[in-house]
Design a binder for this molecule. Structure first.
Ligand code: CMC
Length: 376
């Protein structure tokens, strides 16, 4: 029997594969998509262009971008059976559970898009285009409102906001969401992307891979942290109370959501950008309460634990000010990360190797099987 090398719990620092899609410099606090710094992309790009970059490995020309925008805008409609499924879901179901179920169901109605291999680019575009409609419909149906018809003239970010709120967004709101979507679109081998690649590595289909990813993103240590950040702010109430509440939590060895990261040992560059947007959108809305509270929390956590903010610290405040309800934060994360998940699945199909690590067995061997009736 070949003895495995040392166990790396959580696969920390294990290089599992080669990828051209995303590079994280954890010590330097840099995030790169296909060669481009996230700060450049957040300042100048939009979700559709970044999705193109992740899928094709290069920035599009203006014609290519216009074509992609048009294609995505034409793929927003929910199939009738999927709308019926959404309507049949309990009103109080968790949106992430509904999203996972609906993406899985979609595969049954769109078998061509789900096929593994190069044709999966069609499925990647379909899933990215349709997620806003799923999210918006979940939210509207639970509020007793009918589903909205797609608006192909809107950009991806403004369609997503419209699908959830049912009202048009202004330029600043659209830009704030677009930036958040760019920042969340990929992050190397994070848990949900790894889950997607594991699924794809068995030559399973793209929709199954994205279903695995959604289930993985749901966990609070990955996608759900920003929701809990907003709960913390509600508990704290005013910036003056931040010290007392945070210190008490740390004394109880509780984790403060929105801080720490497996890869970044300095500030997550996405947190830096979202901090600016939290302030900017707060100023525009005349509500800097969340920003002020977050700054206070940040000061205490850094002083007490030396921890830096991650992407989840400020994103919830931006979403709340945009009118996105708390339990849709993680689904909105999915509506962005789907570009990265699908890019990774496409890459996996091109360089396929079944992902199957090994475990060090620590249980007994040679136990003697006893009949059930004679067990004590
Ligand atoms: N609050 C308090 N203490 C913390 C935190 C935190 N948020 N994060 C890490 N620590 C402490 C932890 O208790 C441990 O201390 P000690 O050595 O005394 O036991 C030490 O720091 C190392 O923690 P770890 O769990 O070994 O570090 P990790 O690399 O496994 O954890 C993490 C990464 C993200 C799971 C963790 O920092 C955490 O739980 N953060 C809160 C949840 C959160 O914000 N998640 C969003 C992550 S960013 C989203 C993404 O990129 O996908």
């Amino acid at each position: 029997m070949v003895e495995p090398a040392d166990v790396q719990k959580g696969l920390e620092d294990v290089i599992a594969l080669e990828s051209r899609i995303c590079y994280i410099d954890g010590k330097g606090g840099r995030l790169i998509y296909d060669g481009y710094d996230i700060r450049d992309l957040a300042a100048n790009s939009n979700f559709e262009e970044v999705a193109y970059l992740l899928w094709y490995g290069r920035l599009p020309t203006s014609t290519q971008l216009a074509e992609l925008k048009q294609r995505l805008a034409g793929l927003r409609e929910l199939p009738a059976p999927v709308l019926r499924l959404l309507t049949a879901m309990p009103r109080d179901a968790l949106p992430m559970d509904v999203l996972r179920t609906v993406v899985s169901a979609l595969a049954v109605y769109e078998p061509d898009e789900t096929k593994p291999g190069e044709a999966s680019i069609g499925g990647a575009q379909r899933l990215s285009a349709i997620l806003p409609a799923i999210l918006g419909t979940i939210h509207r149906l639970r509020n007793g409102l009918p589903a909205l018809a797609p608006r192909p003239e809107l950009s991806h970010a403004s369609w997503l906001l419209y699908a959830i709120r049912g009202t048009d967004s202004n330029e600043l709101e659209t830009r704030a969401l677009d930036v958040a979507l760019i920042l969340h679109a990929d992050h190397e081998l994070n848990a949900s992307t790894f889950a997607a690649r594991v699924t794809a590595s068995t030559l399973s289909d793209l929709y199954s891979a994205v279903t695995s990813a959604i289930g993985t993103l749901k966990g609070p240590l990955h996608g759900g942290a920003n929701e809990r950040v907003m709960e913390l702010l509600e508990e704290i109430g005013t910036p003056e109370k931040a010290e007392e509440v945070v210190r008490a939590k740390l004394a109880r060895h509780e984790r403060i959501m929105g801080f720490g990261h497996r890869v970044y040992k300095v500030e997550d560059p996405r947190a830096t950008i979202l901090r600016e947007w939290s302030k900017r959108i707060g100023e525009a809305k005349g509500n800097l309460r969340y920003y002020d509270l977050l700054r206070a929390v940040e000061g205490v956590v850094h002083r007490e634990k030396g921890l830096y903010p991650n992407v989840d610290l400020y994103s919830g405040s931006v979403y709340t000010l945009l009118g996105i309800p708390k339990d849709l934060f993680t689904p909105v994360f999915a509506a962005s990360r789907v570009a990265g998940w699908t890019a990774h699945v496409l890459e996996e199909y091109q360089d396929l190797r079944l992902i199957r690590p090994t475990a060090r067995y620590v249980g007994p061997v040679d136990l003697v099987y006893s009949p059930i009736g004679s067990r004590g």
